[in-house]
Design a binder for this molecule. Structure first.
Ligand SMILES: Cc1ncc(C[n+]2csc(CCOP(=O)(O)OP(=O)(O)O)c2C)c(N)n1
Length: 236
């Protein structure tokens, strides 16, 4: 009954009208936020040599992908930076679990996205902790021949929780949120059953190359996200 009334009320309102001025304001706010985040991230990183800031990593990944790419997000900080700085160009452009916030679904969602729309390149951007929760789903992708690419924001921590601990309790009181420096791409290599070979990054079955510093031009190398690229994992 209530739903029916709502339907009638909505029908009376007619189709939604776009307010170009409001849309322009929103766009402007978003662009200035992106600039601010980028500037802040660059200030943290300095002029190269340090680890890549996640806000820059996600923007650089997006810049190297075709417009029609389907991006799936998983993780805490890395997903937050991606959600707030990456543009979505249409349905399926950027998929995130949103308010439920359950980690570990990145690879399965990536597989689903690729099966649903095989013509689109699919890239999963995930935290290292979240990748660990569902890492063996890469084996599912390999066994079923579903080519996806995964970029890991490897900060050796359950970052979002750790940063909360640091803010609340201080930098030395962060129990349980440290993760080791792990070569997660080797998990993928094990599924594909090829030797680890960092030089194979953009050539073959697996992509592996920890991104620990910015190259001279400040931009990470091109991601292996072309359509038809076999399963690949990039540990950032
Ligand atoms: C299944 C599940 N477990 C725990 C959490 C709580 N949680 C939210 S963000 C976060 C840290 C995520 O770490 P990581 O995936 O490494 O991403 P980062 O924040 O470091 O970018 C955790 C543990 C959750 N949302 N879902």
């Amino acid at each position: 009954m209530v739903l029916g009334q709502l339907g009638l009320a909505l029908a009376e309102l007619g189709s939604p009208k776009a307010d170009p001025a409001w849309a322009a304001t929103l766009k402007e706010m978003r662009e200035s936020f992106k600039l601010m985040l980028g500037a802040g991230a660059r200030a943290v990183v300095g002029d190269g040599g340090g680890p890549i800031h996640p806000a820059l990593l996600v923007q650089e990944v997006r810049a190297r992908l075709p417009r029609e790419a389907a991006i799936v997000l998983d993780g805490g900080d890395i997903a937050g930076f991606a959600m707030t700085t990456m543009d979505a160009y249409g349905p399926g452009s950027c998929t995130w679990v949103g308010g439920f916030g359950h980690l570990g679904v990145g690879i399965p969602y990536g597989i689903a996205a690729k099966l649903a729309q095989p013509e689109r390149p699919v890239v999963v951007i995930t935290g290292d902790g979240s990748f660990g929760l569902g890492a063996m789903e890469f084996d599912t992708a390999v066994r079923h021949g579903v080519p996806i690419v995964c970029v890991i924001g490897n900060d050796t921590a359950w970052g979002q929780v750790r940063h909360g601990q640091e803010a609340a309790f201080g930098p030395d009181r962060t129990p349980g949120t440290g993760l080791g420096w792990r070569s997660y791409e080797k998990v993928v290599a094990a599924c594909i059953n090829v030797p680890t070979d960092p030089s194979a990054v953009f050539r073959g079955m697996t992509a592996m190359c920890p991104i620990t510093s910015l190259p001279a031009d400040g931009r990470p190398p091109r991601a292996p996200a072309r359509p038809g690229t076999p399963c690949a994992c990039r540990d950032g």
